[in-house]
Design a protein around this ligand. Structure first.
Ligand code: NAD
Ligand code: UGA
Length: 501
């Protein structure tokens, strides 16, 4: 018999939990989806007009599911009732008629868990910073905490879904926690890793390449998997939904991120050879990509991968390999991380060398802090490593402009440099500026560190002052180039700062 699903609880209102819950709710109007988080500010933001994360199309999906309509609520918008734009309407499928709200955000974890038929756990699983395995092993504290809450408060038979990225065999850990708290009660455990990318989260959720659902091969495991398959089948073709063994499912997520990151390190290693030989890495990438066995994606050389997941997931994979007695496998993946660090060192050294091996008294401008375009996520940006290396040379100042990252978020990331460089003090060497012109004024070098479209045409057609240094870069155009200040100013007409997206 089918398990009827009426209430979903999603634990963790972050980059994964919020958008995933919103899209599930949008397509399952008869299911009540509640996202819970311990962080009151985050929950307040999800309930309000300014969502805590920026993703194209997300506002419209949330409005439909949360408010019952894509119309902006008149009160907050000075009476302007604007409906979703064309791009969002295309993402959402059709402009939907008014509906009954079925998406809720709350800090009432206990009550929500107690009512749930399914709990999706999408809390953060960062790298451990101290203790056994520090720097590599996954810190499971938040994940375990969420499991304990479910073990304590859920009704018997509630399905637990691992949505967070976790080490292989975590399903067993969950079973042990459940058994310790509620001996003899069956709580089916599923693994349903998330493959969305930031900046395209809504599109990735609306049209996923695949939905992987891992279950135990027991009757209750298969029934639980069927219930989750049904939720996805509301909008994903069944041929794209792959029910598999739970350990395969857990490992397929780490493997996917490792393989993607490995391609970036591979092309970056080639870019280093290009710079010594006059070969052009973007031409090589184009040629490689035309081989259907290789394919064109993820072959952009640059500063190396950033973001909250690639580094931590590969670190987790190396730790897992070592724990399983496979040091050769660990060393193989470790090399992907080493190449990534090498690329940043190389870039920073190149900048310093171009500025006559001294940054004393000089001002450096950084355009773009986010780890990639179309996101305001400031975590694990390659820019942080570059800034650290530049600060060692004692520049007069480093001025940062990013169209989406908030000053508070950037400063929070820079706090790791505080002890050595007092970066966050008002008279410290680093400033975050909200105007790109101000950021560039009086600067000795401008570094474009994020592939934001607004920075794409900063190279002057007639090249009045040639770029003073370049690293082999995205599309062979601008990101990661160092541009002489005047070349940038010629492209951006004065008093018309580019509009942030
Ligand atoms: P995040 O830090 O943005 O969000 C996690 C949220 O969980 C936080 O708001 C935190 O307050 C909350 N939380 C932690 N413990 C809790 C508890 N016990 N009860 C209630 N709330 C709790 O993290 P994220 O970027 O959404 O990532 C979540 C997971 O998804 C990670 O495992 C990550 O590896 C994985 N993932 C992330 C992405 C991505 O693009 N960010 C993509 C795929 C997978
Ligand atoms: C990545 C994966 O693409 C998602 O499938 C996965 O779900 C997610 O990690 C996760 O587990 O968190 P994300 O980190 O959001 O998504 O962004 P990507 O588009 O993968 O970019 C990651 C980094 O690689 C960025 O810094 C980007 O600039 C860099 N990159 C990407 C390159 O240097 N070259 C490329 O060709 C592509």
């Amino acid at each position: 018999a089918n398990m009827p699903i009426r209430n979903i609880c999603c634990i963790g209102a972050g980059y994964v939990g919020g958008p995933t819950a919103a899209v599930i709710a949008l397509h399952n109007p008869h299911v009540r989806v509640t996202v819970v988080d311990r962080d009151q500010n985050r929950i307040d933001a999800w309930k309000g007009r300014h969502l805590p994360i920026h993703e194209p199309g997300l506002v419209d999906v949330v409005r439909l599911a949360r408010d019952g309509s894509s119309e902006r609520r008149a009160s907050g918008d000075q009476g302007q009732a604007a409906s979703m734009d064309g791009a969002s309407a295309a993402l959402v499928g059709i402009v939907q008629p008014a509906r009954t709200p079925n998406l809720f955000f709350s800090t009432a974890c206990v009550e929500t868990i107690a009512q749930a038929d399914i709990c999706l756990i999408s809390v953060n699983t960062p790298t451990k910073v101290r203790g056994v395995g520090k720097g590599r092993a996954t810190d499971m504290a938040a994940f375990e905490g969420a499991c304990r809450d479910v073990a304590t408060y859920a009704k018997a038979g509630t399905i637990l879904v691992e949505k967070s990225t976790v080490p292989c065999k975590t399903g067993q850990l969950i079973k042990d926690i459940m058994e310790a708290h509620r001996p003899g009660v069956v709580f089916p455990v599923l693994s349903n890793p998330e493959f969305l990318s930031e900046g395209t989260a809504v599109r990735d959720l609306m049209q996923p390449d695949r939905v992987v659902i891992g279950c135990e091969s027991t009757i209750s495991g298969h029934r639980a998997a069927a219930a989750l398959v049904n939720l996805y089948a509301a909008w994903v073709p069944r041929s794209r939904i792959a029910p598999i063994n739970i350990w395969s499912s857990e490992l397929s997520k780490l493997a996917a991120n490792a393989m993607l990151a490995q391609r970036i390190s591979s092309i970056n290693s080639i870019s280093a050879i290009c710079e010594r030989t006059g070969a052009d890495v973007s031409e090589i990438a184009r040629s490689l990509g035309m081989d259907p066995r290789i394919g064109p994606q993820f072959l952009k050389a640059g500063l190396g991968f950033g973001g909250s997941c690639f580094r931590k997931d590969i670190a987790s994979l190396t730790y897992l390999s070592e724990s399983l007695g496979l040091p050769e496998v660990a060393a193989y993946w470790q090399q992907v991380l080493e190449m990534n660090n090498f690329q940043r060192d190389r870039f920073a050294r190149h900048v310093i060398a171009t500025l006559n091996n001294s940054l004393r008294g000089k001002k450096i401008t950084i355009l773009g802090y986010a780890f990639k375009k179309n996101t305001g996520d400031a975590r694990e940006s390659p820019a942080l490593d570059v800034i650290r290396l530049l600060l060692e040379e004692g520049p007069r100042s480093i001025s940062i402009y990013d169209p989406l990252c908030s000053e508070a978020d950037i400063k929070r990331e820079l706090a790791v440099l505080e002890a050595d460089y007092s970066v966050c003090k008002p008279d410290g060497p680093v400033e975050v500026v909200s105007d790109p012109y101000l950021a560039c004024a009086d600067s000795n070098a401008v570094l474009v560190l994020t592939d934001w479209d607004m920075f794409k045409n900063t190279k002057p057609a007639a090249a009045p002052s040639k770029p003073i240094a370049t690293l082999e870069s995205y599309d062979g155009t601008t990101p990661n180039d160092i541009l002489h200040i005047t070349s940038l100013m010629e492209q951006l007409p004065p008093n018309q700062p580019p509009t942030p997206p």
